[in-house]
Unconditional design. Structure first.
Length: 525
């Protein structure tokens, strides 16, 4: 076997096609390729690397070891069951074990105490435990009637793989050893499921419907997020891609060394395929702690296709900063500032007034009765943007965008002017950027000037009304402009235009600095 080839600093290893991070303490003298996550050419024939399900289970173990996923505590779904008034000696019951947080079958009433409580025997795999004083109920430490054996075709809840979370499915087959083959509603299949992991399913129960719907939507939403990395729609992603998610995304990415160590210990190659549907299922299970308050995720470059929201999330709770596709939209609401809250089953996505690539049909900017104004082309960059209703000045509404107000003001001599002004300096000349003489109750679209009463910078702005009125671009491809970056203005060229976005190239810098900006960061030379 050829010796591994390292980079001069020992931090990277050549796979034969590209350089990838070397394993911890992976110098050329002590690398054990058999245990390495980069030794795909060595261990690619092992069971784990040929079996996405086995790889996924290994990844789940790694995530648990690193504290990314909790150990799933068994959490039985709601089960509607008619409780009897009394049990008799000899009746078979199920006991809700507080320790295991699940119902244990094959238990039996052995006597009835004077106070009406029951003494029962709970049969376990290697022993029989006696509970001396239990009552009928549905909470931990109580008993209920024993579940009857299930028939083929029965609709059931099943503790999937014994991980502790229950999913809806159908019994497809009864095995000779009193276990069952389960076909889950989401397409998964699990065989040799024993009775201890099966609950009856009452699909007429509203609580059951809510439980199933919540899990289904949460799982589908996460699957859609993973699909971004599944370019050939195979149902799997490379361990290398998930490695990047773990170590590069979110506010607190994991240490590269920690992940490499865990992957190596479990024999996970970077070329291993992960069944992300199964991974999503476990993540949903691990996060089902009974608190289903929906997280809010801010998203930009948003657009809706069909009933799915697409865009770029700033801090997705599972994928960090990343392009995402959501599960189906439940509702969209807008506040008085035209900020959208797009609700899916598990998440609320927040889109700012200008965070859309394409406005939804019901967006407030599309309603001519709403009063929103868009300022473009101003030499003072912070004056550009979307203005929403604020307080009244001079008997008419003013409009606000950040720290800039669009308002009408009456002078001492009776003249009325519309201003673009700093809301923190309205009583001084220094706070006025642009103005236009007008007694109109709405801001004029053109005619804005700078003079000795203002502190603006050319060019002067133009204003469009409620956003269903198209805004004409003041720039064209090829124009030489100034672009604001990190508080300073730089020479640049406009290379392309897409709606209200401009692809600019900084003069004197290579194309890696090219970026899309909006008009608020552009001014003419």
């Amino acid at each position: 076997m050829d010796e591994p080839v390292y980079s001069p600093d020992g931090k990277f290893l050549w796979t034969g096609s590209d350089w990838i991070p070397a394993p911890p303490e992976g110098g050329s003298n002590n690398l054990n390729m058999q245990d390495s996550v980069i030794g795909g050419d060595v261990i690619s024939n092992t069971t784990i690397n040929n079996d996405p399900s086995a790889v996924t289970e290994a990844v789940i173990t790694a995530l648990q070891e690193m504290g990314m996923l909790g150990r799933v505590e068994p959490q039985a779904p709601p089960v509607d069951i008619e409780l009897p008034q009394i049990f008799n000696v000899g009746d078979y019951v199920e006991y809700y074990s507080p320790t295991n947080n699940r119902w244990i079958g094959n238990s039996k009433v052995t006597s009835i105490n004077d106070d009406g409580t029951y003494k029962i025997e709970v049969k376990k795999s290697s022993s029989v435990e006696t509970k001396h004083a239990v009552v009928i109920g549905t909470s931990p430490g109580t008993i209920r009637p024993a579940t009857k054996p299930f028939d083929v075709g029965s609709r059931v809840f099943v503790n999937w793989k014994g991980y502790g979370h229950y999913y809806a499915g159908t019994i497809a087959k009864e095995n000779p050893n009193d276990t069952y083959l389960i076909h889950f509603d989401d397409g998964d299949v699990e065989d040799n499921v024993d009775l201890a992991r099966i609950e009856s399913l009452n699909e007429n129960s509203e609580a059951v419907k809510e439980y199933i719907e919540r899990d289904t939507e949460a799982e589908e939403e996460l699957i859609e997020a993973f699909k971004v990395f599944d370019t050939n729609n195979s149902g799997t992603i490379l361990a290398k891609e998930y490695f990047e998610i773990l170590t590069q995304m979110g506010d607190n990415p994991l240490s590269v060394d920690d992940v490499l160590n865990e992957f190596a210990e479990l024999g996970i190659s970077m070329d291993s395929q992960i069944d992300y549907r199964e991974l999503a299922k476990f993540i949903v299970a691990s996060e089902s702690d009974g608190n289903f308050m929906k997280v809010e995720v801010i998203i930009r470059d948003a657009y809706i296709e069909g009933n799915i929201l697409h865009g770029y999330a700033y801090d997705h709770p599972k994928l960090g900063e990343s392009h995402i596709n959501t599960s189906e939209i439940i509702s969209i609401t807008y506040d008085e500032r035209a900020t959208a809250r797009v609700e899916t089953q598990n998440t609320i996505y927040v889109v700012g007034p200008t965070g859309w690539v394409n406005l939804p049909d019901n967006h407030p900017f599309n309603d001519t009765s709403n009063q929103f104004y868009t300022v473009q082309g101003a030499g003072i960059a912070k004056c550009n943007g979307t203005y929403i209703p604020a307080t009244e000045f001079d008997g008419v509404l003013s409009y606000i965008n950040g720290d800039v107000l669009l308002l009408r003001w009456k002078m001492g001599n009776g003249d009325q002017w519309w201003y673009l002004a700093d809301r923190n300096s309205l009583d001084t000349k220094r706070g006025d950027y642009y103005r236009v003489r007008s007694s109109s109750d709405t801001p004029p679209k053109t005619g804005w000037i700078i003079d000795d009463q203002t502190e603006g910078i050319m060019p002067c702005p133009t204003i469009s009304g409620s956003a269903n009125q198209p805004t004409l671009s003041t720039y064209s491809a090829g124009n030489q402009v100034k672009v604001e970056w990190n508080g300073s203005w730089w020479d640049a060229l406009i290379r392309d235009i897409n709606g209200d976005k401009y692809l600019i190239h900084y003069v004197g810098f290579d194309s890696s600095w090219d970026e899309w900006v909006d008009s608020s960061r552009i001014k003419t030379v």
